[in-house]
Design a protein around this ligand. Structure first.
Ligand code: C2E
Ligand code: MG
Ligand code: MG
Length: 268
């Protein structure tokens, strides 16, 4: 099944079946939209009535990672994301695009040069690009991580640790990494209101982040109650189904045109 999926995925690149969806991120204290996370989507065409079906990145990204195919896919993701953010920049919108970078990209490819090249070619302001890397990737090779993060930091791009709290970060390394943001894993947010241990972990991540002068963003914010909890805990930024699912770029563009900066519109 893996082999078949890998073959299909290679074809998918050729057939342009891969696309990116965008999920908005907001500043909690002001309601202002600050940017979006770019998320891969694979619409696998077939002969059915619907013309095909969506395959989840949770399914195909691991296959792409193991085969190394994530490197060319990731390059495409980065370029397309920067092109979109550069377009927003031209429209006078100061929005940051957050791009997921997998372990294979972080270790195998010439990531720093590629990022630098794409920034030049698209004209995107580097601070409007954020790279999200999970903490387990960082921990695989500390020396490489520190060097790579420093080089990326020098380019001026922002750096975030994705799914924070689920890997095995050594907290002592955290202060050596030139990162900007911790992204609280959605599992803690999901259960924060029903499980006091999850609430305690989410709260602690916010405090840890702030103590280290980092911004903290919560993902998986689905309800007004989640939002109220995060507001109470002084979390900086939010992303989740309460506000919007990941959406195609046309929908995202329409959203930023109409959104007035008031999170209460999502109450109903
Ligand atoms: P992630 O980077 O942690 O992305 C967040 C995931 O949570 C996304 O799933 C998003 O749709 C989902 N999500 C957002 N808000 C909510 C919410 O309120 N409730 C719930 N239940 N889920 C929410 P998605 O798009 O299926 O992506 C899954 C994972 O696949 C991502 O996790 C990321 O690790 C990977 N991925 C996606 N796009 C890329 C990419 O371009 N490159 C790489 N390397 N990995 C990617
Ligand atoms: Mg992410
Ligand atoms: Mg995540």
């Amino acid at each position: 099944a893996r082999f078949q999926m890998l073959r299909d995925l290679r074809d998918a690149m050729e057939a342009k079946e891969l696309t990116l969806y965008f999920q908005p991120q907001f500043e909690l204290s002001t309601g202002k939209i600050i940017g979006a996370e770019a998320l891969l989507r694979w619409f696998k065409k077939d002969n059915s009535k619907t013309g095909g079906q969506f395959i989840s990145p949770a399914e195909f990204v691991p296959v792409a990672e193991q085969s190394g195919l994530i490197v060319p896919i990731g390059e495409w993701v980065l370029r397309y994301s920067c092109e979109m953010a550069a377009m927003w920049q031209k429209l006078g919108r100061d929005l940051r695009i957050a791009v997921n970078v997998s372990g294979a990209q972080f270790y195998q490819s010439d990531l720093v040069n590629y990022v630098s090249k794409v920034l030049k070619e698209t004209g995107l302001n580097p601070r409007n690009l954020e790279l999200e890397v999970t903490e387990s990737v960082f921990m695989d090779d500390i020396q490489h991580t520190i060097e790579t993060l420093q080089q990326l930091h020098q380019l001026g791009v922002e750096l975030a640790i994705d799914d924070f709290g689920t890997g095995y970060s050594s907290l002592s390394y955290l202060r050596q990494f030139p990162i900007d943001r911790l992204k609280i894993d959605q599992s803690f947010i999901r259960n924060a209101l029903i499980n006091k241990d999850d609430a305690a972990i989410a709260r602690t991540i916010v405090r840890l982040g702030h103590s280290l002068n980092l911004k903290v963003i919560a993902e998986g914010v689905e309800t007004k109650e989640h939002e109220a909890f995060l507001m109470e805990e002084n979390c900086d930024e939010v992303q989740g189904f309460r506000y919007s699912r990941p959406i195609p770029v046309e929908d995202f563009n329409r959203f930023i045109e109409t959104y007035k900066g008031d999170l209460s519109i999502f109450d109903k």
